[in-house]
Write a protein that binds this ligand. Structure first.
Ligand code: SAM
Length: 290
């Protein structure tokens, strides 16, 4: 992937088509211990971060993804005291959204690449409140492979959020059946696992695979969706896995009450979008035999 300050940065997620961003300024570009990390300035999307040639997050549209990945499981779960595990999430924005829930008592964040955490504190300050999210006393930051952590931890969680890369490089481990099995083992009764699962129109096989594997370990498996412009190609799907199927079909008034009680506002998430995000296109329902 060649790139200079005047040229365009081309995403390499797909080999036969793709998107590009003009590069106003390269802010950071380095191979960390695990992956190639680049952060650059783009006129339309603000600061953009990519890992191994794949867009991870942009300042302009990150709120959609992080609000939906954090608030859907947290408001669905409902129980007051909660312990949350974030896997990946090195830019800090998932942690930022989880921290907004005062009912969350403990947060463990397991990120494989310390470099991503450190460089995003400096070059993506809006994602992590200039690094302040890492000072939250409820947080324990662990630098490890998320798959290794869930396999060996004795801790139990109410919510697990797998905010990982695509199944390329270090992210591959977070799409394996063993990982889902380990997540099921470290969830409390009524716990929920959500995981980013790509843009279903273009990465449909990944969704089909996740669906098959998750069904072996959880009684209620589905997906919910939101469109995030920089994850181009249509709606992004989020895997949903729990043993309590009621959690996916809550009453709108219940969600409204919980959202009101939380006393914070969002730019994308609201209770109606929460419920309706579980409505999936027919082609996907048929592909998943849901
Ligand atoms: N929003 C992005 C998406 O949907 O593709 C994810 C962004 S976040 C930056 C992805 C994070 O996952 C990165 O910080 C990366 O280092 C981390 N990661 C990748 N593989 C991992 C693994 N096996 N264990 C823990 N973290 C991992």
């Amino acid at each position: 992937m060649s790139m200079s300050q005047k040229e365009r940065w081309h995403e390499t997620l797909h080999s036969d088509f793709g998107q590009y961003f003009s590069v106003e300024k390269v802010l950071f570009n380095q191979k960390t211990e695990h992956q190639e990390l680049v952060i650059f300035q783009n006129t339309e999307f603000g600061r953009v971060m990519a890992l191994d040639g794949v867009v991870q997050t942009t300042e302009r549209d990150e709120f959609i993804y992080h609000e939906m990945m954090a608030h859907v499981p947290l408001f669905a779960h409902g129980n007051a005291k909660k312990k949350v595990l974030i896997i990946g999430g090195g830019d800090g924005a998932m942690l930022r959204e989880v921290c907004r829930h005062t009912t969350v008592e403990q947060i463990v964040m397991v990120e494989i690449d310390r470099g991503v955490v450190e460089f995003c504190k400096e070059f993506l300050p809006k994602h992590n409140r200039e690094g302040k999210v890492y000072q939250d006393p409820r947080l324990k930051l662990v630098i490890d492979d998320g798959a290794h952590f869930v396999e060996h931890t004795k801790e139990k969680f109410d919510i697990i959020i797998s905010d990982c890369t695509d199944p390329i490089g270090p992210g591959e481990n977070l799409f394996k059946s063993e990982f889902y099995q380990s997540c099921a083992n470290c969830l409390n009764p009524g716990g929920i696992l959500v995981a980013q699962n790509g843009v279903c129109f273009l990465q449909q096989q990944e969704v089909i695979e996740s669906n098959k594997k998750l069904k072996k370990h959880f009684r209620d498996v589905s997906f919910y969706q939101a469109a995030i412009p920089s994850y181009y190609g249509g709606i992004m799907t989020f895997a949903w896995a729990t043993n309590n199927s009621d959690l996916r079909q809550l009453d709108l008034t219940v969600l409204k009450d919980r959202f009101k009680e939380a006393q914070f506002s969002c730019r994308y998430y609201n209770p109606a979008i929460h419920l309706n995000s579980f409505a999936l296109p027919q082609y996907l329902l048929e592909a998943l035999a849901l």
